[in-house]
Design a protein around this ligand. Structure first.
Ligand code: NAI
Length: 256
C-alpha cells in the first residue's frame, strides 16, 4: 500500500525546486497533486507530465499566495479539483538580501506576505474546510533553519520564518482536537534556483560549506522525503514540531 493512495495534496510554489520535488515524491507514493505557482508555464506542465506518467492526477492552479484572497481561492479550488483535500504543503517562499536599514516597506511586505500572511490564511481556509466536513487534515510548512538561527541582511526573511515557527507551535494545540496535525520542515542550504547565485560563486559557496558538517548542499529530494514523512500516517503522533534537513548546519560546532 502506498502511503498517499487516494489522497489529494496541495503544494504551493511547486513549479520548481523543493516544491516540485515534494510533488513528485508524494505522487510517487500515490497522491494526486494540485500544483501551484504565480503563473502556469512549461515548468508546471513538465511536473504535470511526470506525475501523469506515474499514473496519478495533477492539476495546476495559478495563484499568488502572498494575497490572502488568492490563497483562499487556491485552497477552495484545490478542494474542488479532486473533490477533497487531505494535506496542505505551504512551500512557496521568497527572500530578499538587504542591510536592515535599507529594507523598504514594499520589500518587507513582499517577504512577509508570501512567507507568513499567505500561509496563515491558507491554513485557515483548509481548517475551515476540515472542520465543516469533519475531516482530519495535515499541514506541512516549509520553514527554514532561519526560524531558529540568524541570517544577517535577511531580517524580513528571518522574521517570516520565525513567525512560522510560532504559528506551527500555536496551531498544533488549537488544531489537535480537530484531528489536524501541523509541522514545519526547516531546510538548510539546498541546491535549488533560489540559491543560483550561491552555487555560481565559489567563495560564497565555500564559506557556506564551512558551516555545514556534511560539507555539501542538500538535494530537494532529501527535503521532500521528510515532507512526505510528516504528511503521512507514519508521523501520526507528530505535531507542533520542526524537522531540520540541514546537514547539521543549525547546531554545528567548528573545531579550531
Ligand atoms: P525556489 O525559488 O526554487 O521555488 C519557490 C517557488 O515558489 C517558485 O516556483 C516560485 O515561483 C514560487 N513562489 C514564490 N512566491 C510565490 C507566490 N507569491 N505565489 C505562488 N508561488 C510563489 O525556492 P526553493 O529553494 O525551492 O524554496 C522553497 C521553500 O523552501 C521556500 O519557502 C524557501 O524559503 C524554503 N527554503 C529553501 C532553502 C534553500 O536553500 N533552497 C533553505 C531554507 C528554506
Amino acid at each position: 500500500m502506498k502511503r498517499f493512495e487516494g489522497k489529494n495534496v496541495l503544494i504551493s510554489g511547486s513549479s520548481q525546486g523543493i516544491g516540485a520535488a515534494c510533488a513528485l515524491r508524494m505522487a510517487s507514493e500515490g497522491a494526486n497533486i494540485i500544483l501551484n505557482g504565480r503563473k502556469f508555464d512549461e515548468r508546471g506542465q513538465g511536473i504535470i507530465d511526470q506525475i501523469t506518467a506515474m499514473g496519478q492526477q495533477a492539476k495546476f492552479i495559478a495563484a499568488d499566495v502572498s494575497d490572502p484572497k488568492n490563497v483562499i481561492d487556491l485552497v477552495n479550488g484545490a478542494i474542488a479539483a479532486f473533490g477533497s483535500l487531505d494535506a496542505l504543503v505551504n512551500n512557496a517562499g521568497v527572500e530578499r538580501n538587504h542591510d536592515f536599514w535599507d529594507v523598504t516597506e514594499e520589500e518587507y511586505d513582499f517577504v512577509l506576505n508570501t512567507n507568513l500572511k499567505g500561509v496563515f490564511f491558507g491554513i485557515q481556509a483548509f481548517v475551515k474546510y476540515c472542520k465543516a466536513n469533519n475531516r482530519p487534515g495535515v499541514v506541512v510548512n516549509m520553514s527554514s533553519v532561519h526560524e531558529e538561527i540568524i541570517f544577517p541582511h535577511f531580517a524580513a526573511y528571518c522574521a517570516s520564518k520565525g513567525g512560522l515557527k510560532m504559528l506551527t507551535r500555536n496551531l498544533a494545540t488549537e488544531l489537535a482536537p480537530l484531528n489536524i496535525r501541523i509541522n514545519n520542515v526547516a531546510p538548510g542550504a539546498v541546491a535549488t534556483p533560489i540559491n543560483q547565485h550561491l552555487m555560481e560563486t565559489p567563495e560564497l559557496l565555500n564559506h557556506v560549506l564551512k558551516n555545514i558538517p556534511m560539507k555539501r548542499l542538500g538535494k530537494p529530494e532529501e527535503v521532500a522525503a521528510v515532507v512526505a514523512f510528516l504528511a503521512s500516517e507514519d508521523a501520526g503522533y507528530v505535531t507542533g514540531s520542526t524537522y531540520f534537513v540541514d546537514g547539521g548546519l543549525t547546531y554545528h560546532y567548528e573545531e579550531q
